[in-house]
Structure formats: C-alpha cells, structure tokens
Design a protein around this ligand. Structure first.
Ligand SMILES: C[S@@+](CC[C@H](N)C(=O)[O-])C[C@H]1O[C@@H](n2cnc3c(N)ncnc32)[C@H](O)[C@@H]1O
Length: 421
C-alpha cells in the first residue's frame, strides 16, 4: 500500500495525563445525587485527553465524530451575547473562538496523525469514526486513515452540501465538506432503518402510474429509502434557534443522521473537537452517553450553556449528569469573589437585576463543601428572545451555598452564602 510520509511524521507516546473533575451539572437536580456521571465534558488538548481516557475507555467507544480544524489558515471568532442579529451590534461582541493556523501542511499533519491513531484505539470493535474535513486536507487525511484503519475500512465518503453567500469570483463556490466514514472492523453498527428517508414525490408517482417502472421491482415506498452518500442540510444560519455564536457550528440534523446510523441508545459517543457541542446535544437527546472535549474554554462554556438552556426550555433529557473535567495541565478556572450578586430568602435565590444583562448563565450548589461544585439549579439566557431568569428555587439548602455566575465576556464570579448569615 502507498502511504503518506513527511519529515516530521512520528507517533508521540501518549502522555500520561490525569483528568480532574471540577463540577457536575445536574440539570434540575435534587438532593443526594450520585457523583458518578455517564457524560463527560473535558477542557484540554485532546491528545492528552484521549491518552488519559485510554486506561478506562480503550476499545469501548462506539462512535467518534471528529470535526477538527480544516487547515483553512483562518482565525475564527465567536459571537457572544445575542449574536444572531447583525443589525443590532449592541447586543453582541466578538470573542476569541479558535485558530486554524499552521506553519505548513507538515505541522497540520503532525497534529492530526497521532490523534487519529488514538481515536482508532479508543473505538470499540464494532465502532465507527466519522472524520469531517473539506478540500484543504481531506485527501491527506484519507491516506492516513487507510494506513490506520485499513483501505478496506473506508465505508463511505460522504459529501455534505449546503449553500450560502461567498465572495468567490475566480472559481465555483466551494459549498461542500467531506466526511470520511471508517469502521474498525467488518462487523459494525449500522442502523439502516433508523435513517431511511422518504422517496422523492416523482419516484412515488412513477411507481404508482406504471407497473413496469423499476423493471417490475417495486421498492417499499412506505418504508423509505436508504440515503445516498451525498447529503443536503442547511448550515446553521443566523436565525436558526440552534445557533450558539460559536464558529463553524455544525447542524444538529447532520449529527442526528450520523448518531442514529452508527450507535444505539446507551452507547458512548465521543467528539474530541467538540466546538459548540452539537454532538453532545444530539447524543444526549437520542439517549446516548457522551464524552466530548475541546481545548478552548469558550467551547466548553458554550456546551455547558447549551445544556442549561435545553433544560430551561424543557428540551433536554431529564436526569442527565455531566462531569466537567479539566486535563491536568490546564490551569484551574478562577472565579472572582463577588458580594451582593444574589440574595437568599428561604430556598429562593434572587439575582441582582443590574447583573442580569451581562450574564450567560448562573448556577448554584446548595451545599458546597469547598471543592467539587455540584450544580443543581441553573438559569441561562434564552437563546433568542427573553431575559435570563433572576429567581432560582433551590431544591434544598445546606450550610453553605455557592453561586457561580458566568458573564458573556467570559468573566467568572462566585458568591458564597452561609445559612443564617
Ligand atoms: C471545527 S470546530 C468544531 C465544531 C463543532 N463540530 C460544532 O458543531 O460546533 C473545531 C474545534 O476543535 C477544537 N480544537 C482544535 N484543536 C484541538 C485540540 N488539539 N484539542 C482539543 N480541541 C481542539 C477547536 O477549539 C474548535 O472548537
């Protein structure tokens, strides 16, 4: 088999790192909740994160969706606040998103190659990897995946098409991405009946009007057809309710098809380039467990808000416990001490209304021991219309209540309220 080489190609030894759990999110929590969680949201470089997961998860992950930087040589910014309306710039600001800048292709492949190898190790024997890229680097990645998985393990090259404005005048508009679908073995999960789509109206008409159509072979028109390997889903546009403001967010419908096809309820779905958390949000809704990570605090923050918002809107899954972890090398998040942000009366917390417009979300641990933060009550700014709730009812009150507030600009505040104080 031909293979791809470049001067710096190497397989770094997985660095033994450790993951520290800082907080657990219990959307609409109660008293006496277990500290073990089925879902993980991890801040850190994914090489170290995946290495840290190996002892527990090698050969255990059922599906990995990977949407890394594309080698596009761009810096992507996030829109924070209510970022969907360009006509109201006072409602949002730009913040650091993520970088897709490399010295050269070698540098990019040095990032990608060892990570793909770790993903292969983490996948279960019936597991699947979907690697999402575009024309910038997909052909190089494909050769690497052939080396790691085997040429015969490329199951589909999926083309995701979309449309939208573009300034390009010297070539055709580049409006598709490529998703490489590799399986670890011959025997893999593929739920064909869960992803069928209706036949086109014209096909249904043809079969209704002529018995000879399809050379006499009648498809099961009711059951629908297996989708082709080219998919059209619109990109997440300004006015879509799922838009988070995090750059290059992928549509939920795209992840829904992938997760339904290649995993079952209860399976573990992972995404180590998680971004805005599309994989986590969809996996959770489809009753899969998830492990997602990102190197950017803004991404982890966006994912957290997404879960809090889903819970507030009644769209999330009840009783989902999510551990917020940090890879050991990443410095701890600092919460500045704040007084007077919140008042406690009985079991009810009231937020200072002056703070409300600047917040993305606020949450409380009603019985904080000074270490692990167990968030059992949360309030988030609704995605589109409406204001953040300034009242939070606690399910119980211990001796020390810790309230954490996260501002749109990324500042983090913390207030401690002692009972009876
Ligand atoms: C294309 S975006 C993912 C978008 C995501 N699929 C979504 O729907 O929002 C790529 C993400 O990978 C993250 N990333 C890049 N290099 C990383 C690394 N070495 N470790 C962890 N995350 C990384 C970036 O911070 C960025 O959020």
């Amino acid at each position: 088999m031909p293979s791809l080489t470049w001067p710096t190609k190497h397989q770094p030894k997985p660095i033994s790192a450790y993951l520290k759990t800082e907080a657990i999110l219990y959307p609409h929590g109660e008293r006496d909740l277990p500290n073990e969680t089925e879902n993980h949201l991890i801040l850190g470089d994914n090489l170290r994160v995946m290495a840290a997961l190996l002892p527990e998860y090698e050969g255990k992950i059922d599906l990995i969706y990977a949407d890394p930087p594309f080698f596009s040589n761009q810096r992507y910014q996030a829109r924070v606040g209510r970022g969907e309306d360009s006509r109201q710039p006072e409602e949002w600001e730009l913040a650091k998103g993520y970088q897709d800048k490399w010295k050269n292709l070698d540098d990019y492949l040095d990032m990608l190659y060892p990570r793909l190898r770790l993903m292969h190790r983490l996948l279960s024997p019936t597991g699947t990897l979907y690697l999402h890229l575009d024309w910038h680097a997909n052909s190089y990645a494909r050769v690497l995946l052939d080396e790691i998985f085997g040429y015969e393990r490329l199951t589909n090259e999926i083309v995701w098409t979309y449309h939208g404005p573009s300034p390009i005048r010297s070539a055709f508009n580049r409006k598709h991405d490529t998703i490489l679908f590799y399986t670890k073995n011959n025997n893999y999960t593929f739920n064909v009946d869960d992803v069928r789509v209706p036949y086109a109206d014209s096909t249904v008409e043809t079969f209704k009007s002529s018995k000879k159509a399809g050379f006499g072979k009648q498809p099961n028109l009711k059951r629908g057809k297996v989708p082709e390997d080219w998919w059209y889903f619109p990109v997440v546009a300004r006015l879509h309710s799922e838009r988070t403001g995090y750059p290059t967010q992928k549509p939920e419908r795209l992840l829904e098809r992938i997760i339904r096809a290649s995993s079952n309820a209860g399976d573990i779905v992972a995404d180590f380039f998680a971004g805005s958390g599309t994989t986590a949000a969809v996996a959770s809704r489809l009753e899969r467990r998830f492990i997602v990570s990102d190197a950017q605090w803004r991404a982890i923050h966006t994912i957290r808000s997404r879960f809090v918002q889903d819970a507030a809107l009644g769209e999330g899954r009840e009783g989902v416990r999510i551990a917020l972890q940090r890879e050991g090398e990443v410095p701890q998040q600092v919460y500045a001490k704040q007084r007077g942000a919140v008042k406690l009366r009985g079991n009810a917390l009231t937020l200072n209304p002056n703070l409300a417009p600047s917040l993305d979300y606020w949450e409380a641990d009603p019985d904080w021991g000074g270490g692990l933060f167990r968030s059992v009550a949360q309030s988030a700014r609704p995605r589109r219309k409406g204001e953040i709730a300034t009242e939070l009812e606690l399910p119980f009150v211990g001796n020390q209540i810790c309230i954490r507030l996260v501002k749109v600009n990324g500042d983090k505040l913390q207030q401690i309220v002692k009972r009876g104080a």
